[in-house]
Design a protein around this ligand. Structure first.
Ligand code: TXA
Ligand code: MG
Length: 319
């Protein structure tokens, strides 16, 4: 059931979540598939709806940092990052508090829990406030597929498996949160995301260890093939054939033959490109092309996250 965001649909969302149902909602990054974090059965419903391996833990979302830090052991580093970036596209992995109310399935049985305070509408923040134990929410897409940045993407990908989809419009950032592990002495970046590594390091006053290599798999969700369209996808192209769709950063020179073309940012902005990445991939995947070819992508800023998603989308395709 897809509904515009209204006081009525928000009230319904709260009731459904309370009853253990699944509600999809907009955040600044991507749409999340939410459930009451304290209800094991509701959490199990998320894994079933997405076809997600149960060893892949979920992020718990909170209205504010105070509620987030009530369920984990937050230190001074976490407080500093939260003050700088929350609400925003940053997820912190911390040790669970002794009396963490979050269902252990949500944390895949790990001693840590990922928490985040997202940018959401005022209306949905009130819903979050009604769940001090958190709303766990992975991206609202079938496991391994393209992430959803509109309510229609959620509807097309998960359909009836979601009890309610609240349409909060397109997501502004368009890429998942950056995931930082603060559970040990050395802070680690587990996933590049909609907040640049350099910005996080600037606030921490120290370098992050990089643990984003798919072979290392410190973040269990970082499977090599992920974020995948249904068509084969090839990186580092400089031309396209007539039966291929093309995705380019800002310059479409050489890709004139493509039967469908998406230019992520004509002005060359990494932030704009990130915001449009998944929508563009959804459109190209729906085109009549046999394959998607991808031109060179930016290196600085959010370029690392963009390239990470594209590499995983291409994985297992011989490229
Ligand atoms: O922007 C986002 O983060 C979106 C919105 C909905 O908040 N959520 C999202 O969730 O992308 P998901 O489940 O698709 O990705 C969560 C990532 C996975 O790579 C998962 O393995 C990692 O966070 N993660 C979660 N809990 C973890 C933990 N305790 N330790 C290490 N990695 C963890
Ligand atoms: Mg995901």
């Amino acid at each position: 059931m897809l509904r515009p965001e209204t006081p009525e649909s928000l009230k319904l969302a709260q009731t459904l979540l309370r009853d253990g149902a699944l509600v999809a909602f907009a955040t600044e990054t991507v749409y999340g598939l939410g459930a009451d974090a304290t209800k094991g059965e509701a959490v199990a419903g998320i894994y079933a709806a997405k076809g997600r391996p149960s060893f892949n833990p979920l992020i718990a979302h909170f209205a504010d940092a105070q509620s987030a830090f009530a369920v984990v052991e937050a230190d001074e580093r976490a407080a500093r990052l939260a003050a700088a970036f929350w609400p925003g596209p940053l997820t912190l992995v911390l040790r669970r508090a002794a009396y963490c109310p979050i269902a252990s399935l949500a944390g895949a049985g790990l001693p840590t829990q990922a928490v985040r305070v997202p940018q959401v509408s005022d209306g949905f923040r009130s819903v979050l406030r009604a769940f001090p134990g958190g709303i766990v929410a992975p991206s609202a897409n079938p496991s391994g597929k393209l992430s959803p940045t509109t309510a229609q993407h959620v509807q097309a990908g998960l359909g009836e498996a979601v009890d309610l989809i609240i349409d909060g419009g397109p997501c502004a950032a368009g890429l998942e949160s950056a995931v930082v592990d603060l559970s040990g002495p050395q802070p680690k970046l587990l996933r590049h995301g909609a907040l640049a590594q350099a910005d996080i390091e600037g606030v921490m006053g120290q370098k992050l260890a990089l643990d984003v290599d798919p072979a290392v798999k410190a973040s269990p969700g970082q499977m090599v093939q992920h974020y995948a369209p249904s068509k084969p996808l090839f990186l580092n192209a400089s031309t396209a054939k007539a039966d291929q769709a093309a995705l380019v950063f800002s310059d479409s020179n050489g890709f004139e033959q493509a039967c469908a073309l998406e230019v992520l940012s004509p002005s060359g902005s990494d932030v704009e490109a990130a915001a449009r990445l998944f929508s563009a991939l959804h459109r190209l995947d729906a085109s009549s092309a046999r394959a998607i070819v991808v031109g060179e992508m930016p290196v600085g800023g959010l370029g690392a996250a963009i390239v990470d998603r594209l590499r995983r989308a291409a994985a297992g395709r011989g490229e």
